[in-house]
Design a protein around this ligand. Structure first.
Ligand SMILES: [Fe+2]
Length: 226
């Protein structure tokens, strides 16, 4: 199983704050059934400094291996970084060894030219995964945008732990439920920022997902299958 969205690298964003926390996350992720994690620190602006990411990855990789986890470098690329970056520049943030981009929208908004941006990425050969569509409330009442995303070949990644939230009128959960019911979810991921998040993921996975939502597909991440 691959976790395609995780803030497991320490000291690079709002995820793990130190080495110890990253190691705890690795152990919980292993218990949750993952053997591969794509580390996806936030990239919110152009000219992102990758040195801290490289250092964190360098320290974590050996311990990950000893726990039975293959750590792969990726990023969570925020579409707002394109204000100051080109599509070619943004391709620097594909997951290591692939042409897959985990694309986050800007805050709770979907930019009106999202489709043009996706098409430009695809011209560069990119495979686009949309990070947590449940965070963009405009989609709750605009299912045509979701349909369009799927039609143009985007894959949707949900933060599965949302399904554990309480409240009958919880909109994020209702939306994820409908995506699951309509077979729109390609990837279930943790978006873990700490070890607890992996415990929530494990519980949600048992109740609401199946293995296929965490395994490599033909277009995204098939390159990672050894
Ligand atoms: Fe994230």
């Amino acid at each position: 199983m691959i976790d395609i969205h995780s803030h497991i690298l320490f000291g690079v964003d709002d995820g793990a704050k130190d080495y110890e926390e990253s190691v705890k996350m690795l152990k919980e992720a292993r218990k949750a059934g993952f053997d591969t994690i794509i580390a996806t620190p936030h990239v919110k602006r152009a000219h992102f400094d990758k040195s801290a990411v490289k250092e964190s990855m360098g320290r974590l990789r050996p311990v990950a291996e000893s726990i039975g986890i293959n750590l792969i470098q990726g990023y969570e690329y925020n579409i707002s970084a394109l204000a100051d970056d080109s599509i070619e520049g943004a391709m620097e943030y594909c997951t290591e060894g692939t042409k897959t981009i985990l694309l986050e929208m800007n805050g709770t908004q979907i930019v009106s030219n999202w489709e043009r941006i996706v098409i430009h990425f695809q011209r560069e050969g990119a495979d686009i995964i949309i990070a947590h569509p449940e965070r963009y409330p405009i989609l709750y009442s605009n299912h045509d945008i979701v349909s369009r995303m799927l039609e143009v070949g985007c894959k949707l990644q949900v933060d599965l732990a949302v399904m554990l939230q309480r409240g009958l009128f919880n909109k994020e959960k209702t939306f994820v439920k409908s995506l699951l019911r309509n077979n729109c979810v390609r990837w279930a991921a943790s978006d873990a920022h700490n070890a607890e998040d992996y415990k929530y993921f494990a519980e949600a996975f048992r109740k609401y997902a199946d293995q296929s939502m965490c395994t490599a597909s033909r277009n995204s991440y098939s390159e990672l299958i050894k």
